[in-house]
Write a protein of this length. Structure first.
Length: 276
């Protein structure tokens, strides 16, 4: 099976174990099922080993937002697919997703500008343009619209990455923020996972990846009953991060892309306590 097929299979399998998450799991399985092959361009050939090393030392992602090749024809089709799937799987939000699609089709240039903004700052800023009144939903659509292209970019560029030089709080490939982490099976070292392109990089365990806080009084984590997952929280910035502990039995069976979806209950718990 391909990696995408494995992700879908794991989401489908989780549905039987967690029927209460059926709607959520079906949504993400459907989104992966329509992942389109995408051409990321000959990016690897444009960045030499020397340039990659220099950018790592300087703390600059290998792929600057303005350098990311975006095929607007493919992305607009992908945007439509994401909206249609989300509206079908989340009937309670069918209206807002349908409205986003209609507005995007009516104002393609505005949509492109917002997509670039999302790449630059990682979120959609509210304005008077009408398209961003559902900023959180639009960010969800943009994230899933861009994922195939950004993953393709990462596959080309990771071999150029000097990982030993990068322990920063943003992705070394696309500059995205982490939304998941892995504790490896050897010594439990923590690797952050990019929310946009799924690249992994080493980061200190006793440090908040969002604000840099490192005082023990600011940092806590809560393991699940089976020990497979952890919820890291920071009192300084009130942010949270989910993690999968590969030292625990069964954790290695799951791919990160499936684990971040299956652990939605940790997101709910964190947000209920006021973490973002």
């Amino acid at each position: 099976m391909t990696a995408t097929e494995q992700i879908i299979a794991q989401l489908r399998a989780a549905r039987a174990k967690h029927p209460e998450l059926a709607e959520h799991l079906d949504l993400h399985a459907d989104l992966w099922a329509v992942e389109m092959p995408t051409s990321a361009g000959a990016l690897a050939s444009k960045i030499s080993a020397e340039e990659a090393r220099a950018r790592c030392v300087a703390g600059v992602p290998l792929l600057r937002p303005q350098e990311i090749p975006l095929d607007w024809t493919s992305l607009s089709r992908r945007f439509e697919q994401v909206c249609v799937i989300a509206a079908r799987r989340r009937p309670d939000l069918a209206g807002p997703f349908g409205e986003l699609l209609a507005l995007a089709q009516a104002a393609p240039d505005r949509t492109k500008a917002l997509l670039r903004q999302y790449l630059m700052v990682g979120e959609v800023e509210t304005d008077e343009g009408g398209l961003t009144h559902q900023a959180e939903l639009l960010a969800f659509v943009f994230g899933h619209t861009l994922r195939p292209a950004l993953r393709a970019c990462a596959e080309q560029l990771v071999p150029h990455l000097a990982l030993e030089l990068w322990q920063r709080d943003i992705c070394p490939i696309c500059g995205g923020a982490p939304d998941f982490a892995i504790l490896n099976e050897q010594a439990g070292a923590r690797y952050l996972v990019c929310s946009r392109c799924d690249t992994r990089w080493l980061y200190p365990r006793v440090k908040c990846p969002f604000c840099g806080a490192s005082r023990p009084s600011d940092l806590s984590y809560y393991p699940t009953d089976d020990g497979r997952y952890r919820l890291y929280v920071c009192q300084a910035c009130r942010r949270y991060l989910k993690a999968m502990d590969l030292r625990q039995a069964g954790a290695q069976e799951l791919l990160v892309e499936a684990a971040r979806v299956i652990t939605v209950d940790l997101d709910v718990a964190a947000r209920a306590e006021g973490y973002v």
